[in-house]
Design a protein around this ligand. Structure first.
Ligand code: P6P
Length: 334
């Protein structure tokens, strides 16, 4: 932190933001603080992953049929426990759990919000020390306050998001979250145990030079996408080849895209008609952040935020990034 520069902690920032909404009760601010607490606990374990018996496979599969890593299960448990004690969370849905969880104590039943999360996205990278992250979405419940939450509370479109964000456990630990007021980034200063404002009012550059996709799947893509990838690699007097960057951890690839610009996509292919990434746990929160920061999102036809969810774990094709790069990419496939 530059000397003399005022430190603004996540709590101070969210409380200031609350004051901008006359009817706000501070619930969102409390929830973000609770998610920040959970992520600090997860961060502690992630940073020690090589030293304690926490890396490697758990020996179980999640609802997606994916092998669960020990840290996946640990992070999921921490998020569920911390949010259960939050007075502003009525229930949760997690990528790692088959069904949603209704917190049935009196305080929780009277809470206004629900939280959806991918507790540790990119977990296949844990054992190779690549950046991973927690992705979260906060919705106002649609069921009556005072009753246990129902599935409809978790099947709201991205347009209804109150806030969304991620915590990236990388060379530094950062929380990036957005509301309709904008997107801001906070870096964890472990000497004081606080997330401190470090990236104010983040904006996705209108253009970029980086495309991010698992190019190994190209043979399975529709022709338009193959043509777009050929365009990305074209290098001549009129157009220089773009740079390809793919970490295989959506949080890491999207964090770079938000900061440097570019396009990230995980499209449908002939084996996965709806792509791989989950609408409610990965695509909606990331699309919300990108659009609130001046970028664009699409499933190939419309904004990700306009998709009406039909099931908790549904997958969608996803394109997210700089406005001009998105327009170019979509012109090849529309
Ligand atoms: P692939 C991680 O498992 C994840 O869910 C996202 O974080 C990431 O973008 C994607 O899957 C990577 O998938 O098929 O390229 O390994």
């Amino acid at each position: 932190m530059k000397p003399g520069k005022k430190i603004i902690t996540l709590d101070e920032f969210t409380i200031e933001q609350t004051r901008l909404f006359s009817k706000a009760t501070g619930g969102l601010s409390t929830l973000l603080r609770d998610i920040g607490l959970a992520s600090k606990v997860i961060n502690e374990k992630v940073n020690k992953a090589g030293l304690v018996d926490i890396i490697g496979a758990q020996g179980t599969e999640n609802v997606q049929g994916e092998q669960q890593m020990k840290l996946d299960v640990y992070a999921d448990d921490i998020m569920i426990r911390v949010l259960k004690t939050s007075v502003d969370c009525a229930g949760i849905a997690s990528e790692e759990n088959d069904d949603f969880i209704a917190y049935e104590d009196e305080y929780s039943c009277n809470a206004k919000y629900v939280v959806l999360f991918d507790p540790l996205d990119g977990s296949s990278n844990i054992d190779v020390n690549a950046s991973i992250g927690t992705i979260f979405s906060i919705y106002r419940r649609v069921s009556p306050v005072g009753t246990p939450v129902v599935e409809a509370d978790f099947l709201q479109s991205g347009r209804k998001l109150m806030a969304a964000g991620y915590v990236i456990y990388g060379s530094s630990t950062m929380m990036v979250y957005g509301t309709k007021l904008g997107v801001n980034g906070f870096t964890l200063d472990s000497s004081i145990g606080e997330f401190c404002l470090s990236h104010k009012d983040m904006q996705v550059p209108k253009d970029g030079k980086i495309y991010s996709v698992n190019q190994g799947n190209t043979a399975k893509y529709e022709q338009g996408l193959k043509d777009y990838l050929t365009y990305c690699m074209e290098d001549n007097e009129d157009k220089k080849a773009l740079t390809h960057r793919y970490i295989g951890s959506m949080v890491a690839d999207m964090h770079r895209t938000l900061i440097k610009g570019g396009i990230f996509f995980y499209p449908a292919d002939r084996n996965n008609a709806t792509g791989k990434l989950r609408l409610q746990y990965e695509c909606n929160p990331m699309a919300f952040l990108a659009e609130m920061a001046g970028g664009k999102s699409s499933d190939g036809e419309k904004s990700i935020l306009d998709i009406e969810p039909t099931e908790l774990h549904q997958r969608v094709p996803v394109f997210i990034g700089s406005e001009n790069m998105m327009d170019k990419a979509l012109s090849f496939i529309s």
